[in-house]
Ligand binder design. Structure first.
Ligand SMILES: NC(=O)c1ccc[n+]([C@@H]2O[C@H](COP(=O)([O-])OP(=O)(O)OC[C@H]3O[C@@H](n4cnc5c(N)ncnc54)[C@H](OP(=O)(O)O)[C@@H]3O)[C@@H](O)[C@H]2O)c1
Length: 267
């Protein structure tokens, strides 16, 4: 299937590793021009080099910034216009979590999660969606979480702000669908990537909190997923890239679960 992404100008935030990097690579492999955004220039540049190698004629550039900066939207738009001559697709992927019991979460931690998962994607959409509308074509995918649909006790601030990001996605989708800008969310379940598996990552943090081993934690996580295993970065990226594509021309305002069946509802 031709996804119609050749030469499309795409921005991926949080593109230095994990789901964001897999998405940037998959977009580049489709021939898109990709702007990789994150806080550290060196890791972004390494990911961009991989994109250039994977690309069939596509381009990859980097922009180092913190997406929670108030001017991040304007800077991303300017970088995309200067380097690619416009903007076609935005993937709001930057985000993170840590194991935090409900009663230990501080106001600062709540605020940081709100800034990262609600304000940052909102500001990027607010800056980029009007420009996509002016050109009459655009795609935005917000990487939310299954725990935005079904709150997880791992970190309630994460769950609540991911639920806000789902609502934000729907509100912007309603405002922009008639202008040719299609906005959707994906809701991944647990993914076997650095966030979970790295030393000190969510598996280790959960093991410490429960006084068990990381192997037991990962076995328990997999057992709660109907598919019986964690997802992969590439499986999430495949759905994101589809939603960025010409092929998704009748999809707007959806919150697409990519969670191996974890959230037990069909909506
Ligand atoms: N992994 C999972 O199991 C899972 C499940 C459901 C949903 N998700 C969601 O999927 C998205 C990606 O997750 P992941 O597992 O790939 O995460 P990850 O491995 O922790 O990567 C996060 C990416 O975001 C960047 N980032 C973090 N804070 C940033 C900021 N303030 N400004 C700019 N960039 C920032 C990081 O780069 P720098 O640190 O260099 O800035 C990195 O590239 C997140 O929104 C996450 O909530 C993940």
């Amino acid at each position: 299937m031709d996804l119609g992404l050749r030469d499309r100008a795409c921005v991926v935030t949080g593109a230095s590793r994990g789901i964001g990097k897999a998405t940037a690579l998959a977009l580049a492999a489709e021939g898109a021009a990709v702007l990789l955004v994150g806080r550290r220039a060196e890791t972004l540049e390494a990911a961009a080099r991989e994109c250039r190698n994977a690309a069939t004629g596509g381009r990859a550039e980097v922009l180092a910034l913190d997406v929670t900066d108030a001017d991040a939207g304007a800077r991303v738009l300017e970088a995309c216009e200067t380097r690619f001559g416009g903007i076609d697709a935005l993937v709001n992927n930057a985000g993170t979590s840590a194991v935090r019991p409900l009663h230990e979460l501080t106001d600062d931690e709540w605020e940081a999660q709100w800034q990262l998962h609600a304000m940052a994607p909102m500001r990027l959409m607010r800056a980029l969606a009007p420009e996509m509308a002016r050109r009459g074509w655009g795609r935005i995918v917000n990487v939310c979480s299954s725990s935005g649909k079904r709150p997880s006790q791992t970190n309630i601030a994460y769950s609540v702000t991911k639920a806000a990001e789902l609502a934000l996605s729907r509100a912007f989708a309603d405002a922009y669908a008639s202008k040719g800008v299609l906005i959707n969310a994906v809701a991944p379940g647990p993914v076997a990537d650095e966030l979970w598996l790295s030393s000190g990552g969510l598996a280790d943090q959960t093991a410490r909190a429960r006084g068990t081993s990381r192997e037991e934690v990962l076995k328990g996580v997999a057992a709660r997923i109907p598919l019986g295993r964690l997802g992969t970065e590439d499986e999430i990226a495949a759905v994101i890239v589809f939603l960025c594509s010409e092929a998704a021309s009748n999809v707007a305002g959806a919150a697409w679960s990519v969670d191996g069946g974890s959230v037990p509802v069909i909506l």
